[in-house]
Design a protein around this ligand. Structure first.
Ligand SMILES: NC(=O)c1ccc[n+]([C@@H]2O[C@H](COP(=O)([O-])OP(=O)(O)OC[C@H]3O[C@@H](n4cnc5c(N)ncnc54)[C@H](OP(=O)(O)O)[C@@H]3O)[C@@H](O)[C@H]2O)c1
Length: 255
């Protein structure tokens, strides 16, 4: 039987990259997957791309920084399916790759809104239903930059670090109600967001030289981890941060 038969999942930021790969793997395992991003047309294209998979894809536009959009997303999902089993907070951005002294307050607020507060708002909206049903899996896509500062990326690192602590806090309080909450901390993965690090072959070679697993991470490698956390196979895992980074946090150090 497919691993997510009869399950309903929401994946934010699923118009491309890691979110699209998670939606695809979940649909391969027969889940009904509600995907969100900011543009309905892009989401419709993703749904068309994935239509041959066993699970149905339901595209709903939602800017995760807008409470009204989140309300509409959750309201529509509940109306259509009656419940939500899995929430993946994947939507994220990085609008401030710059020295700390150039960071301004508007960027600070925007990064917190999109990378952090969105997850809080979605969990607050979805978790009560999960608790009432006595089961659910929430997966927050953090980053190794939330464990180790990214150079010129203070706001990104800071929001991901806070997302990790948010994950652990929810896990403690929702665990007794049967809801597991975990985070995935990807290393470098080939998507639009991270192209600065992999587009230039010389720069990429430099990064991979110190990484025990020598290939550039692919969105599907994160998606398979999300699948594990979404299923009952992870029934004893909560409050954890699974680092999926090819070993980058433990670099090869030829002393
Ligand atoms: N790629 C990496 O190396 C890497 C490493 C560590 C962690 N991550 C994390 O993985 C997650 C996915 O990133 P990615 O690499 O797949 O990036 P990506 O290819 O740029 O995709 C980002 C996704 O987030 C959506 N999004 C952005 N702002 C949004 C908003 N305000 N409302 C709704 N959706 C929004 C985008 O959709 P629209 O533009 O269509 O709205 C898109 O679907 C992020 O949380 C990122 O921080 C990535």
């Amino acid at each position: 039987m497919p691993a997510l038969d009869n399950k309903v999942a929401i994946v934010t930021g699923a118009s491309r990259g890691i979110g699209k790969a998670i939606a695809s793997v979940f649909a391969r395992e027969a889940a009904a997957v509600i995907i969100c991003g900011r543009k309905q047309e892009t989401l419709n294209e993703v749904a068309r791309d994935l239509q041959s998979l066993p699970g149905r894809i339901h595209p709903i536009a939602c800017h995760v920084g807008r409470p009204a959009d989140i309300q509409h997303l959750i309201g529509t999902a509940n109306q259509q399916f009656g419940h939500i089993d899995i929430l993946v907070n994947n939507a994220g951005t990085n609008i401030a790759q710059e020295p700390v002294l150039q960071v301004d307050e508007s960027k600070f607020d925007k990064m917190v809104e999109i990378n952090l507060k969105s997850a809080f708002r979605l969990i607050q909206a979805v978790a009560p239903g999960m608790c009432a049903r006595g089961s659910g899996s929430i997966i927050n896509i953090a980053s190794i930059s939330g464990l180790k500062p990214q150079y010129h990326g203070m706001l990104y690192s800071m929001t991901k670090a806070a997302l990790i602590m948010m994950t652990k806090s929810y896990a403690q309080e929702l665990g007794p109600a049967g809801v597991r909450v975990n985070a995935i901390a990807p290393g470098l993965v080939q998507t639009a967001l991270s192209q600065y690090y992999w587009k230039d072959p010389a720069k990429l070679a430099q990064i991979l030289e110190r990484q025990p697993i020598r290939h550039l991470g692919q969105p599907e490698e994160i998606a398979e981890t999300a699948l594990l956390l979404a299923t009952g196979r992870a029934s004893y895992i909560t409050g954890q941060v699974l680092v999926i980074d090819g070993g980058r946090l433990s670099p090869i150090d030829l002393l």
